[in-house]
Every structure is written in structure tokens, then in C-alpha cells.
Write a protein that binds this ligand. Structure first.
Ligand code: SAM
Ligand code: SF4
Ligand code: SF4
Length: 390
């Protein structure tokens, strides 16, 4: 038994089975797109998990000891079809959603994902603009898929990459996957024009690094040096207590302030304004000779969900692979929309149900983290990130 196994938490219940009752459809009292929750947060961002499977076993997300050959992944029949996902996306747009992120599990494992992107790319927001569609991937299949994803209408992509040192990277993904293949995937994504407009970077090609103190924090500076001036936005994510299986410990979180301090000591940084309302990353630009933002050197972002909660701006809903709506990354229960989709509910009824669920939302886990009693804060009943989508 490895040292890790001795403190690994294994959930006693399958939290995917738990769920809230759906509210009865009733007429919404607000105009479309102006819907807010109990904390006056609008609905703008929808994350859609297209598979609960993954070819990596990052120990902060799908630890090998739990996600082994006996793990019960969702059966194919319970997954939402692309048509069902697109129908739901349309209803979410009616309520104000402007951006969709496809995630998982590893979204590129879902067969023919390009077909879903083609369908989503035809949708228009309430403002008449194309839906902003992006994808988060571990990059393992990106070199093979980047061109067809781009052709299908994908414009942006975020690649997760937890280090440049091959040994560190293989240890983080825990399936011995080489870092060069992911770096090649990123290069191909750039070569086909993802994250670019008229040949210029739009900030739509991003790399996310989860920082786990004592595991990969020695890679921070190397990553910053590597991506500086590349047109790729590097973002550092605090290791979070998501799910119930990763045996999270506060002492393994490296606060974002420390990430910024380490980079700033070698590569001076200047603070930047947020790009969009509800943006979760704090932006920092590389400083030029006179302390101004050197736009050619680019920027980094830090996502401090543990040390600096951003719940007050959280405008995200999450749709699980089998059609459950979750209102927070740390939720224990979701609302099963599939019976509505597979029953005879009209589009308007589905939209009203989703609207009422959002209007009742009061989730703000990260703000409350420190003050929750141990049986609520401990997370034994939380759904996994690979199930509801990161
Ligand atoms: N498989 C894809 C990937 O890795 O990019 C998409 C799904 S993954 C769940 C989405 C994001 O969640 C990734 O950037 C991953 O690094 C992040 N993530 C997973 N577990 C996390 C944790 N415990 N703390 C912080 N970020 C986490
Ligand atoms: Fe897979 Fe992404 Fe989770 Fe890593 S973070 S195990 S790549 S779903
Ligand atoms: Fe949003 Fe929940 Fe994260 Fe707060 S804890 S930012 S409500 S997902």
C-alpha cells in the first residue's frame, strides 16, 4: 500500500444518484436574460460535461485508487445526446447564457464531438451574437483533433498542463503520459488558428496549471518563462477540495499570492483589469522597462478559489454528462433535467424550470468554506469534478 492510500477517502455513497426534486414549471416573472439568483448573480456561463471518462488519472481529480477498472462509469444510454445538449443549451441561452465550455472527464474522448460543436456554433445569444464556445482538455488528443474542432466552429481552447518537466508531468497525470505530446497538441492548436483572429492571438488559447504544493510548484517559474511572449495565457489554479476522493489538504494549497510573488521576483508583473464581468482569474501582465504592461510579453492569470473566493461574481451553471444541473462546483445534489427532455415537456416548460432553479440559487461554498461544520465542509457527499465538469 502506498503512502497516499493510507489517507485516501473513498466515498461510501454514489453521490450521482442523489438529486433535488424539480420545481413545478410556472411562468417566470422576469424578462428573459435578466434572471438572477438569490444573490443577484445572472446566469451567463454554462459548463457541459460530455463524458465522465478520462485517459489521465490526475491525483487531484481522478485518483487511480478510486477510478480503477471497477469504477462504474455512466452507461452510454444515460448520456445526453448531442441533440439533447443543444436543445438544453438553447433554453439556457434564453435565460441569459452567453458562453459554453465543453469539459468532462476528457471531452475529446467523446466520439464525434465536432458534431456537437457544429450544432452549438449555429446558436445565437439574446444579443444576436454567436455563442462563445470553448473547450477544456488535457491535450492528449489535441494534435489529432485541433483542425476538425476548428473547422466545426471552435474558436478557443484551454489546455491543462501541470508542468514542463517530463517526470513531474508523468507523475501528475499518473498514467505516464509524456509532456512532449501535450506541448505538440498546443502547437498544433495554435497552428490551426485556435485562439487567434486574423493571425493575432485573442487570449483564447490558454494553459491551466493546477498547483499542488510539494508536487509541482517547482514548475511555476519554468512554465512562466516558457509561455511568456507566446500569445498563450498561462493560468495558475489553486488546488481545490472538489469531489470526495482526492484527500485534499490545505497544506498542499499554494496560495496564488505566493505564485505571483515567485514570478514577480524574476519576471516583474503589473496588475491588469478583468476582461469580463464574472471573470474568475486575476490578471497580471509582464512589465516593460518603464513598469508599463508589455503587451508583447503577454499575461498570466491566477485563480484563487481557495484563498480568495469569487462566489459573489459566480454566474456559472454546470450540466453533468447525464443531464443533471448543478449550481456550484461543490454541490452535493443536482436537478435531473433528463426526464423533462425525454418526457413531453415543451421548450418553454424546460426553460421555466431551469429559470426557477436559478432564481432559488444561493450557493457560495468557497466563501463559506472556513465556517462550515466538519460534516458539511468535509466533502464526503460532493460530486466529482470529472462528473459535473471543471
Ligand atoms: N480533462 C480536462 C482537463 O483536464 O482539462 C477537462 C476536465 S478537468 C476536470 C477541468 C479542469 O479542472 C482542469 O484544468 C483540471 O486541472 C482542473 N481540476 C481538476 N481537479 C482539480 C482540483 N482538485 N483543483 C483544482 N483544479 C482541478
Ligand atoms: Fe482527467 Fe482532466 Fe481530471 Fe486530469 S483533471 S483526471 S485530465 S478530467
Ligand atoms: Fe461558484 Fe460555487 Fe465556486 Fe462559489 S464555490 S465560485 S458558487 S462554483
Amino acid at each position: 500500500m502506498s503512502e497516499r492510500d493510507t489517507y485516501r477517502t473513498i466515498p461510501l455513497t454514489d453521490q450521482r444518484q442523489a438529486g433535488f426534486a424539480l420545481p413545478r414549471p410556472a411562468q417566470l416573472l422576469v424578462a428573459h436574460g435578466e434572471l438572477t439568483d438569490t444573490l443577484r448573480r445572472p446566469l451567463r456561463d454554462l459548463r457541459i460535461s460530455v463524458t465522465d471518462r478520462c485517459n489521465f488519472r490526475c491525483n487531484y481529480c481522478m485518483p487511480k485508487e478510486v477510478f480503477d477498472q471497477n469504477y462504474a462509469y455512466l452507461p452510454h444510454a444515460s448520456l445526453l445526446s448531442f441533440e439533447e445538449i443543444t436543445r438544453l443549451a438553447r433554453q439556457f441561452i434564453e435565460l441569459g447564457v452567453q458562453k459554453v465550455r465543453l469539459t468532462g472527464g476528457e471531452p475529446l474522448l467523446r466520439k464525434n464531438l465536432e458534431r456537437l460543436i457544429e450544432q452549438l456554433a449555429k446558436l445565437r445569444t439574446l444579443q444576436g451574437k454567436p455563442l462563445d464556445i470553448t473547450l477544456t482538455t488535457n491535450g492528449s488528443l489535441l494534435a489529432r483533433k485541433a483542425q476538425s474542432l476548428k473547422d466545426a466552429g471552435l474558436q478557443r481552447v484551454t489546455v491543462s498542463l501541470d508542468g514542463l518537466d517530463d517526470a513531474v508531468f508523468r507523475r501528475m497525470n499518473d498514467v505516464d503520459f509524456p509532456v512532449t505530446d501535450v506541448l505538440h497538441g498546443i502547437e498544433v492548436a495554435r497552428a490551426v488558428g485556435l485562439g487567434q483572429r486574423d493571425g493575432q492571438p485573442t487570449g483564447g488559447l490558454k494553459v491551466n496549471m493546477v498547483v499542488k504544493r510539494g508536487s509541482n510548484d517547482q514548475e511555476i517559474l519554468r512554465m512562466a518563462r516558457h509561455f511568456k511572449g507566446s500569445g498563450i495565457v498561462l493560468r495558475f489554479i489553486e488546488y481545490m477540495d472538489v469531489g470526495a476522493t482526492n484527500a485534499w489538504r490545505m497544506d498542499e494549497v499554494l496560495p496564488s499570492a505566493e505564485v505571483v510573488r515567485r514570478i514577480h521576483a524574476e519576471l516583474p508583473l503589473v496588475p491588469l483589469e478583468p476582461c469580463a464581468p464574472g471573470e474568475t482569474a486575476q490578471r497580471w501582465g509582464y512589465a516593460g522597462a518603464h513598469g508599463e504592461h508589455d503587451t508583447t510579453a503577454g499575461e498570466i492569470g491566477v485563480i484563487s478559489s481557495v484563498t480568495q473566493a469569487f462566489c459573489a461574481q459566480c454566474n456559472r451553471a454546470r450540466l453533468s454528462t447525464e443531464g443533471k444541473l448543478y449550481l456550484c462546483l461543490f454541490a452535493e445534489n443536482g436537478y435531473d433535467l433528463k426526464p423533462l427532455l425525454r418526457g413531453n415537456a415543451s421548450d418553454k416548460e424546460i426553460e421555466d424550470v431551469i429559470g426557477q432553479i436559478w432564481q432559488g440559487r444561493g450557493d457560495r461554498y468557497s466563501e463559506l468554506r472556513g465556517s462550515l461544520p466538519p460534516d458539511r465542509g468535509g466533502g464526503a457527499r460532493r460530486v466529482e469534478m470529472s462528473y459535473i465538469g471543471g
